[in-house]
Design a protein around this ligand. Structure first.
Ligand SMILES: [Fe+2]
Length: 319
């Protein structure tokens, strides 16, 4: 049985699969029949009793993931919905993909779903090139993990445009690298992957620093995944001055797209720090902090692209 947060089920008008609650590790009991008793009001009663997760059968789990992704696809192609309002459906689709990865591992099917989320992400980036407006909208999103990953993905694609890399295929690779960059954290033991890295002890730090390599291992061998994306996952914590990990590469040794993901990752960490309210000012403050205190860590062209984004310069459209 696979767990699904009850809040996500309540957000749907009707759930098209049977839902169970967990009594023990091995025992689940059917409490809502597909469609007939899965209205938000019915589910809210369970939430009021303290139920945080419902459980679904493995085959139904997949159809819920597909449902989230197709809702995101429909919302993204709907011109009546403004571009930034599409972020919350993309967030839901992305958290479904994360759950799918955690439940069944990473394979071609999961990668296919991640690519669909990337397409949706790119639609928003292409239609809304103002970084500050995009970032302000992030405060309405609820899932911290998805929020970080989506921001890295979108900011990386925008930085790519700022580099004037206007090939759509390159920007899509950046967005996909952003979505997958921390996938190796799934393999870290305990809660090391979810803790603030600055609060980890020495031994935990050593384990934490293995996540780029774990991510590369997870994704290598998956058909259809460009080598550039593997490098972005492997090198997203490398720093231009050689102080990063896992290999301590210098700027010229880091792959060009990974230099962009590294900056998008550092920027997203500063903007989203502590879940504080995100405003245009905090985007500018984060960019200033990077420029004045951390510039040595990042590639100079990527930093120039970030400054242009924060200053609101219009970006070139992808070709
Ligand atoms: Fe990371």
């Amino acid at each position: 049985m696979h767990p699904v947060p009850i809040d996500e089920l309540i957000a749907k008008p009707k759930v098209l699969v049977d839902l169970y609650v967990q009594l023990s590790d091995a025992k689940h009991v059917l409490i809502a029949k597909a469609g007939t008793s899965t209205s938000p009001e019915h589910l809210r009663k369970f939430k009021d009793k303290g139920v945080a997760y419902m459980y679904v059968r493995p085959e139904d789990f997949l159809s819920l993931v597909r449902q989230s992704i197709s809702v995101a696809g429909m919302a993204v192609s709907n011109r009546a919905i403004d571009n930034l309002s599409k972020l919350s459906v993309i967030e839901e689709a992305l958290s479904s993909v994360h759950r799918e990865m955690a439940a069944i591992g990473v394979n071609e099917q999961v990668l296919g779903h991640a690519k669909l989320v990337t397409e949706a992400t790119m639609t928003v980036v292409a239609g809304q090139p103002q970084l500050s407006a995009l970032i302000e909208k992030f405060q309405n999103l609820s899932n911290d993990q998805s929020k970080h990953v989506m921001m890295v993905s979108m900011v990386a694609a925008m930085l790519g445009q700022g580099h004037e890399w206007i090939k759509a295929a390159t920007l899509e690779k950046l967005a996909l690298g952003g979505l997958l960059h921390d996938v190796g954290k799934m393999k870290l033991p305990g809660d090391i992957g979810t803790k603030d890295p600055a609060r980890l002890g020495h031994d935990e730090q050593v384990i934490y620093r293995s996540h780029p390599e774990l991510g590369r291992q997870l994704l290598s061998g998956i058909k259809g995944l460009p080598d550039d994306v593997l490098l972005m996952v492997y090198e997203h914590h490398e720093h231009s001055d050689g102080s990063g990990f896992p290999r301590g590469l210098k700027d010229f040794q880091i792959s060009p797209l990974a230099r962009v993901i590294a900056l998008a990752n550092g920027f997203a960490d500063l903007v989203l720090d502590g879940g504080r309210t995100i405003t245009e000012r905090s985007a500018r403050k984060a960019a200033d902090e990077i420029e004045f205190r951390k510039a040595m860590l990042y590639n100079k062209d990527a930093l120039r692209a970030l400054r242009r984004l924060v200053d609101g310069e219009p970006l070139k459209k992808a070709a």
